[in-house]
Design a protein around this ligand. Structure first.
Ligand code: C5P
Length: 298
């Protein structure tokens, strides 16, 4: 399915209902430095977010129960049970702010699942933001980010969903605004294969290829890389086809894989270039998910 870039965020809420967008996360570069003793990998990564995202809505309920309904183009691929990251995030916030608070939640899944653009992480972070508003929970950003880390390595950065230099396993967040990036047209392309983050990290070659310098976009383009591209391509060779197809498009400034894949992205010089590339990729590859959006303005 093709997703309208604004489709996730424009529906007005009913009275008493709050809405959050779970913005897609893009790793403009992801350098793996070493494997840690705890099994996680030490990263340096530039995280940015797109206007496109899943849509989460919710209303309070007085009995302390949490319910979750899931719809949207990719909704059928997710289970709404206790293992869902939205449910886990709701439970984690309840245990901090009081079991008496409940909510009816609805997730409209616009982004492909297990695809390297933080869908589940962004959903968890959006749940924390939405329930903190709904329950009038006065929790500091530090507390929310600490709860977020208990849900997954990428969740802390998704709490604020602004561009960040991310280190550690994902919990060390530095403010990092890259000039000229806000509003940049970006195309997301997923070939329809789900990749396991643990499996892709497990295939990392073990060689540190150097730090990430990311104070300007040009540095990120020329000196940045995604060290998980090779293991992702080994698990799903079609990732190489997606990258080649993006690189061949006119007006591309940067084409790279995001996170542990399989979604790849391209930054374009203009909206027109992005739209032409989207048309071309959709015409040539019917099974690929192609979404046009922009880097979120901060
Ligand atoms: O933190 P999260 O549960 O999202 O991570 C999923 C898996 O990805 C981890 O179990 C680990 O295998 C791998 N991972 C890693 N290094 C990171 C983040 C994730 O090895 N920094």
């Amino acid at each position: 399915p093709h997703v309208d870039a604004e489709g996730a965020a424009t529906c007005p809420a009913d009275a008493g209902e709050l809405v959050e967008t779970a913005f897609a996360k893009i790793n403009l570069a992801l350098h793996v430095r070493h494997k840690r003793a705890d099994g996680y990998h030490a990263l340096e990564s530039l995280f940015v977010f797109t206007e496109l995202g899943d849509r989460l809505s919710g209303r309070a309920r007085p009995d302390g129960a949490i319910s979750l309904d899931i719809d949207g183009p990719f909704g059928s691929e997710l289970d709404a049970g206790p293992g869902n990251l939205v449910m886990k995030a709701a439970r984690a916030l309840q245990s901090h702010w009081g079991e008496g608070h409940g909510a009816d939640l609805r997730l409209s899944k616009m982004l492909p699942v297990a695809s390297g653009i933080g869908g589940g992480s962004a959903d968890a972070a959006a749940t924390l933001r939405l329930l903190a508003r709904l329950w009038h929970a006065r929790l500091s950003d530090e507390t929310l980010e600490r709860i977020a880390l208990s849900l997954g390595s990428d969740v802390p950065a998704c709490v604020s969903s602004v561009s960040r230099m991310v280190r550690g396993r994902g919990e060390v967040l530095e403010q990092r605004t890259i000039a000229g990036l806000s509003g940049t047209p970006i195309l997301l392309v997923n070939p329809g294969v789900a990749l396991s983050t643990a499996r892709v990290f497990g295939g990392w070659g073990g060689v540190d290829r150097g730090p990430l310098a990311a104070s300007e976009l040009e540095q990120v383009i020329t000196g940045g890389r995604n060290d998980l591209e090779a293991p992702a391509m080994a698990a799903a060779p079609v990732v190489a086809d997606v990258l080649a197809a993006l690189q061949a498009c006119e007006g591309v400034r940067l084409a790279r894989m995001s996170g542990s894949g399989a979604t790849c992205f391209a930054l374009f010089e203009t909206d027109r270039h992005s739209a032409l590339a989207a048309d071309r990729l959709r015409a040539g590859h019917g099974g690929w998910w192609v979404a046009e959006t922009r880097i979120r303005t901060e």
